[in-house]
Write a protein that binds this ligand. Sequence first.
Ligand code: UDP
Length: 480
Amino acid sequence: METSTTRPLKIYFLPFFAQGHLIPLVNLARLVASRGQHVTIITTPSNAQTFENSISDDGAKIRVHIVNFPGKKLGLADGVENLFAASDNETAGKIHMAAHLIRPEIESLMKQNPPDVFIPDIMFTWSQSTSKDLAIPRLVFNPISIFDVCMIEAIKKHPEAFESESGPYNIPGLPHPLTLPIKPSPGFARVTESIVEAEKGSHGVIVNSFAELDVGYTEYYENLTGRKVWHVGPTSLMVQKTKEETKVTDSQKHECLSWLDTKQAGSVVYICFGSLCRLSDKQLLEIATGLEASKHQFLWVVHRKNDVVENDNDTNKWLPEGFEEKMRKENRGMLIKGWAPQALILSHSAIGGFLTHCGWNALVEAISAGVPMITMPGFGDQYYNEKLVTEVHRFGVEVGTAEWSLSPYDAKKVVVGGERIEKAVKRLMGDGKIRERAKEMQEKAWRAVQEGGSSQNSLTALIDYLNTLVLVPKSAAAAN
Ligand code: UDP
């Protein structure tokens, strides 16, 4: 059979309304466009603004098709179109609802001007029936990892492993012996099952990861589901390609990067809980206490309430008295109250460790930079991501949590004590073996994105596969 078409493929990408989903899917769209395909990113006005700059170098190769965001209908303020702008469950619920309400407009676009292939984020569960009804082949983009999906499936298959009242719980049947300290919440199981269910009928899953990181789990997933996996990540590295391209001009430089320039290699701990998590004041206080007691230098990003807090002087509730002044005087710590250039921070040589909520993108960015992690999961799949770091590959120290949160906005009732954080920071910063393992995984990530590397080969295989889809009758290609 012929394996390629002579014309570029027309491909529609649909990123979900959250930074952790949108950034890697836009990167994927750029990568596919760079291989000569006709790419359209379908999104809403405010979400388009967040990535306009990043695609400006891609010129005419990428089209952005804007659909209306039904914010008014849902009672959302103008411009609130992304979970990053939400700080409570109600607002987040409306943004999730909007992801369903845009369906008719997207279907009408696809009827008028059908693509060869549709690649939506996994959160658009309705895409399953859209693709079937319109006979358009679909692959899904999964911004969580295949490892997570394997954990979800193994937990579902073995309810007996979670019968006892308290943990740790051993999870049977996976390529590694893994334990969870607490039970997954039933609500989380329901949400993930509906998402995993929506993969059915797709031609497979594209993930922001690389084969060497998911080692053993890709085969587990493919055998279990019969669906294919394409690892085309880390997408940020794939786009960046070489280490030298990371250069930042002085005028673009965030003040924290200049501060890091004054620090010794590997001497600073970076702390950030992603774009969504809002920690309780009590928890922030414990983090501050733990950092201070660790005696290590730190750069701490705090997103506290209603989107980005630029000028929050109300620190007496969540910082020990005189904390900021003391840290400044000793030149030991820096606080960023607002959006930070995380990828650049992590790749700065001064960073020696990362206290993270284990968001998938945070994890992949830390791996790309060879930074070992201290793990303190925030919500959802992050409890599973922690296991990949601390038990599968062992390039991190586990702090863990005592409570399973389904939402980033529900502050946990049980806080992690400062002493636990202090101990983990000291252990990580003093452990050469963990650092070495992080560097080894970084090497693997960089090899994966070079010419001939596993992620580059996977991107080639993906495009070859997409080409085969347009050569078979539409109804057969829509669902396998
Ligand atoms: N991020 C950033 N600056 C911040 C907070 C987050 O650049 O101050 C980026 C981070 O680098 C990552 C994304 O936002 O690319 C967050 O995705 P992740 O999966 O780590 O966590 P989520 O925000 O979805 O919980």
